[in-house]
Write a protein that binds this ligand. Structure first.
Ligand code: ASP
Length: 435
């Protein structure tokens, strides 16, 4: 008897996603605007919303996201200590940091410039008459000095408890460097961290195997509650953001990979599928760190020394997809409120959006909070955000997938330039397949 070929992870996640969407849409149809409907099952009265939507779907999805988030801090700390403790000297680290931050800022600035260009071309807000009573409160953009100060933890345990990614990175890098410079005792600690790293990566693969179920619950809950009534009036805005996200994700990243990395972009995208699906269903670059680390190191051939640094850093400071939404949204809101923006304003938008993304964690919906800072900077009404909230959930999912693809792309380029890249692994379509 021949054993049946097991389905790979991507098709399983896609099936989970499709079933989740169907089930969610079905529940939405059953509930059709009603607060609750009951169902008799084995003599018991079950509330459709209370038992399924807010019960099973909600709990299943949240448990999945929490389990992945649970891995982020241990993984970043352990793998970054492994990475930095095996670097030969501090100047390598400085060069690595310079290249990664430089590329992250460059790609974000390109992303937002393209977004503004297409938004001006399409004019998604021209002729749109919208009112909204949703209120949106603004947070002050942190000053550049504050961003730097905030990177240094006064208490590493507190930084880890709060999941402050930049602070965790700074502490782990310093700790790793100290391990590298501590001779005998340092090598024992390094060996321990290398073992710990294997264990944490094993945990990551457990979680990945559960992904199809997690994604099912997340989609089922989302599609029961998703309200798409604004999609019609916001169609042009939605379409423009989506188009620029695809353009940037495929053309710009594909171009960088083939021109600067001299690598096959199709292979890159093929290997990014799972990580992008994770990001899409969770809308969080931070929660995707474990999966993206696994993808870049095991499938794309980036060494752990590089990926342990570039992936968590990218999840925090590199948000090209988010910048794209902000570029299009700024033009859209200016058009709806009939406010002319000057070239200087657009430059200001590029600068503020790029800086805002540095200090903000990659969590669901944070892009809108950053948008408030951008709008305020160029004197546009912050209430404008209320106009686009209705379609933001779906865009958030898509832009998160772009955000994490950018992190992986930069990791490949940095690794290649540092000779820390396994090209045979990159070119092997089966590398890192765990099923
Ligand atoms: N959800 C996005 C991320 O985690 C951030 C955003 O655009 O809201 O990368």
């Amino acid at each position: 008897m021949t054993a049946k070929k097991k389905l790979g992870l991507t098709p399983r996640i896609l099936i989970g996603m499709a079933l989740g969407i169907l089930v969610g849409a079905f529940f939405k149809f059953l509930l059709a605007g009603e607060a609750e409907r009951t169902l008799s099952l084995f003599g018991a009265e079950l509330g459709l919303r209370a038992f399924f939507v807010d019960g099973i779907f909600h709990a299943g999805g949240q448990i999945f996201v929490a389990s992945l988030k649970m891995l982020v801090v241990p993984l970043v700390f352990v793998s970054l200590v492994c990475g930095t403790s095996s670097l030969s000297d501090g100047s390598t680290l400085g060069r690595l940091g310079g290249k990664s931050v430089g590329l992250y800022i460059l790609t974000t600035a390109i992303a937002i410039a393209i977004a503004i260009f297409f938004a001006i071309l399409v004019s998604p807000g021209a002729g749109v008459q919208m009112t909204s009573d949703t209120q949106f409160s603004v947070q002050q953009a942190p000053s550049i000095t504050q961003v730097f100060i905030n990177m240094f933890p006064s208490n590493p345990v507190e930084a880890m408890a709060k999941g402050e990614m930049l602070q965790i990175i700074v502490f782990s890098v310093l700790f790793g460097l100290a391990v590298a410079l501590t001779g005998e005792a340092g090598s024992r600690v390094r060996a321990l961290f290398n073992d710990l790293n294997e264990v944490v990566m094993k945990l990551v693969s457990f979680m990945m195997a559960l992904a199809p179920y997690g994604v099912f619950f997340l989609m089922a809950k989302l599609f029961t509650t998703l309200d798409l009534k604004d999609l019609e009036s916001l169609g042009w805005y939605f379409g423009t953001v989506l188009f620029v996200l695809c353009f940037h994700g495929f053309i710009v990243y594909g171009g960088f990979i083939s021109i600067f990395g001299r690598l096959n972009p199709f292979m890159f995208f093929r290997k990014m599928k799972d990580a992008a699906l994770f990001a899409f269903s969770m809308s969080s670059s931070n929660a995707t760190i474990p999966v993206n680390m696994e993808t870049t190191t095991k499938k794309l051939g980036v060494s752990n020394n590089i990926a342990s640094f570039t992936i968590p850093l990218g999840a925090t400071i590199n948000m090209d997809g988010t910048a794209i939404m902000q570029g299009v949204a700024t033009v859209f809101i200016a058009q709806v409120f009939q406010i002319e923006l000057t070239t200087m304003d657009y430059l200001m938008v590029i600068l503020t959006a790029t800086l805002a993304s540095i200090g903000t964690a990659g969590v669901p919906g944070v892009g809108l909070i950053m948008l408030a800072m951008v709008l305020q900077q160029v004197g546009l009404p912050v209430e404008g955000i209320a106009l686009i909230i209705g379609v933001d959930r779906l865009l958030d999912m898509t832009r998160t997938a772009v955000n994490i693809t950018g992190d992986a792309m930069v990791s490949c380029l940095v690794a290649k330039s540092e000779n820390q890249f396994d090209e045979a692994c990159f070119n092997n379509p089966d590398a890192g397949r765990n099923s």
